[in-house]
Design a protein around this ligand. Sequence first.
Ligand SMILES: O=C(O)CCC(=O)C(=O)O
Ligand SMILES: [Fe+2]
Length: 605
Amino acid sequence: MEHQDNISEKFKTFVVQDAPPTVYYIPDFISEDEEAYLLEQVYKSPKPKWTQLSGRRLQNWGGLPRPKGMLAEKMPDWLQKYCDQISSLKAFSGKAANHVLVNEYKPGEGIMPHVDGPMYHPTVTTISLGSHTLLDFYKPLSSTQESGEPQTEESRYQFSLLVRPRSLLVLQDHMYQSLLHGIQPRFQDTLTDAVRNLPSAAEAGGAVAGDNLPRGTRVSLTIRHVPKVIKTTFLLGKKIRQKTDVMEPQSKRRKEAESDNADFWVALPVLSDQQSQDTELIPAFAAPITDKKETSRLIKELRSLYPLTGLTHIKRVRSHKSADGLYSPQVLLCLVSDAPDVDLHSESLAIESLLPPDIVGLEGLGLPFLVKIPAFPPLTRPQFQLASKHWPTTFHEDKQVTVALRGELFGGPQKARMQGYMEAALAAARAAAGLGSGQEPVGAAMVDPKEERILAVGHDCRGGNPLHHAVMVCIDLVARGQGGGAYSFEKYPACTAAMSPTSSHSKPAAESSKTIARVVEEGQPYICTGYDLYVTREPCVMCAMALVHSRIGRVFYGTASADGALGTKYKIHTQKDLNHRFDVFKGVLSQQCKDLYGLKDPIKH
Ligand SMILES: O=C(O)CCC(=O)C(=O)O
Ligand SMILES: [Fe+2]
């Protein structure tokens, strides 16, 4: 057989004799350090990298495989290493692995019996991390029913493989092509004789038939080769990147080349006022703790006298560095407003006036002094850092916000795609400017980020109808693509919509079942659920509300606008009393978006 002729001798010694052709099971393929490192990388990936399915969540690396081909994305180095290692063992008949699916299963989770199908080279290799699992194999539904018995999952079950953490499993031939594989959603596995690799798996883990193995969280790296790869990105029949006219003067071309480069713009989150405002401070009294042994008693007594209600984020004690470089503890006594009768201007503040000695024993306390403490819990890392300069607080960090504020939420390939989408909006804005007759130079593109597809591109058409701002046009065009829509923009050739974006049959099974789940769960899907809007300038109140009503996923704008409702005048996307909120980022190709207005910057900084 082709694979067996090709596959490295190293694998051959690990063939599972008691299973159909061909399974290789290699215990301890990676070390414990490598396992820890890989898990760290998996959990370090930004939140949006995860797709939550009903019984597990997954990360897709290398591109989304589709029947027409996979739009390849760069594999991160931490996965590339294992793609290379497994490919060099000729697991894929000499071809290189270019796709990794990361699955995370909590105890009690699993995956339905399935075949991986023809989009992959018929070999699947899996590195397991964190916990074991039992991978079960089933024969396919046969059209000729031999016994007249119904073909249940139970009756089709054949055998299992015990897959230990740090092992590599390679399935080929009959095991890949004919049998289905799945993982039962269990909290523990009982080992039986149906586990065909028990001898080799047990050797590495000391398990025998009859043992019960409780499951922990298992992360699997399913490493495969996708033969069909599309290298160039086409959108709405056009290439993403349309190069500028070669006749333009060199300086202009250099400037465009620079600002075209994804290193020259950064998308920053537009956060709520609470997240972006400076730390509000309130005056309070603190005092040094001169005898550390008294600390816990002092805290207890102070807490009962001055509980500092509503300030649960404030730490009662801090370690203070004095001028001589030594650290000593200080304790927060109370807010200034808690002690209205205290004369702040008196030469020496008598501690007895703050702390009645019959309630708080004053042993171990030094002279009180004034401090300022943060009035609210910090919501972002910059707020936390600022707050900590005054008095230490707790901080429940939203890592995604931290990464976003550093401008690092979107990596290289993602930025390249974002740039392509904003370029489509820019092209529409330029078309609007070319029309004259009252159109503003604003363009917008609606994108399905899961499918990486532009669904509609629109520009400002207020010359024809004062309500037809670019965003309104774009939403109406998406509705049109879904079989609805109220207006015709036929006389504007730069306003286009792709037809029926939701009826694509090309999605992998997991994706399409998710789409169905969304429709079932939420009833009629809203026009823009899960979509991203790219718009050259910050939308106005009308457009922002239309985005709320159509349940937009995220908005990316190039440049702020004096009347903007997503950051400048209002932050409609963060309003707690509206029933839909969404993330907004500004700065995508900001220079080109500003250039649409000539030298006139729409907002004065
Ligand atoms: O987690 C595993 O080992 C199996 C994953 C799998 O079968 C798949 O993603 O197709
Ligand atoms: Fe699978």
